[in-house]
Write a protein that binds this ligand. Sequence first.
Ligand code: 5AD
Ligand code: SF4
Length: 437
Amino acid sequence: MTAPPKTYHVKSFGCQMNVYDGERMAELLGANGMTPAPDSTSADLVVLNTCHIREKAADRAYSDVGRLRRKDGSRPLIALAGCVAQAEGEEAKRRTKMIDMVVGPQAYHRLPEMVAAAAAGSRPVDTDMPAISKFDVLPARRRSGPSAFLTVQEGCDKFCTYCVVPYTRGAEVSRPAADIVAEANALATGGAREITLLGQNVNAWSDGSAGLDHLIRAIARIDGIERIRYMTSHPTDMTDALIAAHAEIPQLMPYLHLPVQAGSDRILQAMNRSHSAASYLHTIEKVRAARPDIAISGDFIVGFPGETENDFAATLEIVDGVRYAAAYSFKYSPRPGTPAATMPDQVPAEVMDERLQRLQARLAEHSLAFNRATVGKATTILIDRKGRLPGQMIGKTPWLQSVFVETDASIGDMIDVVTTTAHPNSLGGVLATTKAA
Ligand code: 5AD
Ligand code: SF4
């Protein structure tokens, strides 16, 4: 038995959806009378909202649990949440005595009662995927930063052979449009100027007949919402209607995260991606025809089982073909229970290392080129954080580039800047008026 916790700290790892879930858990604990602690060392309750997508991420979660022990030997109440919690379930409690409760991504609306049970000495585990949506039970959104995430779709039916998501997040479910629009309204009232619609397969969102483009149009009508983004999309769900939305809706930002994973059709097939390199490139062409200035970003996996040097060369080829503005690239990591984990011809670690280095060097060239091409141009940034230097703020361009600028403007302001310097992951800029003066 421990005293019921009064303060909490939620720490999220992994994707944006975890960031979103983390915020909603915090709001829920707040609505139940707890207050936020600035960090895990001072909190009575620590929620580790974990990611299971790659091997290291799960190991990191367990070592983070270990590190919550304090110098005097005490520790907070610990909730393991997120996708590691979903995948490990009861096993998490066997791996360490330090975990007091285990709560999966579809069950965290039950967190307050689980915390009470854990404080009373039991070690509850809830990895159910209940028919009642957590969204119906969570408290309404109130305050928001200038840039907010909003989950519209969860789960995945695609079953790429390397991926744990269909197992940890379950089958594809779309939230009703009316609920999403209500949440977007609440976020706008709470201070959001930009909303990023989230889903594992966000472009598969559907309300029976209407697709994501309709949802984007509805959100574009909300007062105060000046920027809309969405991620992550699957190439085969990139409908013509969604592509047309990029040409027609001014609030929809010129940015598309469209992972391809690999460039070789043989590997794409083994990955069960249901698209070829050519069909992917064709989709990109259509998107660029609708919105010529669009920035494309992607995800890549190197060293998928059976990947030869020739296959890898095809990945570099697609990278050069698309000229990604930004990208995330990973070494293949075998995930237990996925079909690829037991495929023959697993690629040796040193081969993966070397390919990843070559891929990342190539990707960095393209993102630097993309950023360089914007130097000297005027654009508007939405300020989302302070820079490290005094008087420096950081904001995002429509193309999701971070611009460092000296200004007395505040977080949440939209200001006009002229970019002056380019780096692979950021830009320097000055106020547009400074330049003109
Ligand atoms: N190994 C390496 N990378 C993976 N991803 C998903 N599963 C794995 C895995 N088993 C990457 C994909 C996906 C991104 C979110 O994580 O590139 O798009
Ligand atoms: Fe994983 Fe593929 Fe689904 Fe993306 S589309 S979540 S990579 S199974």
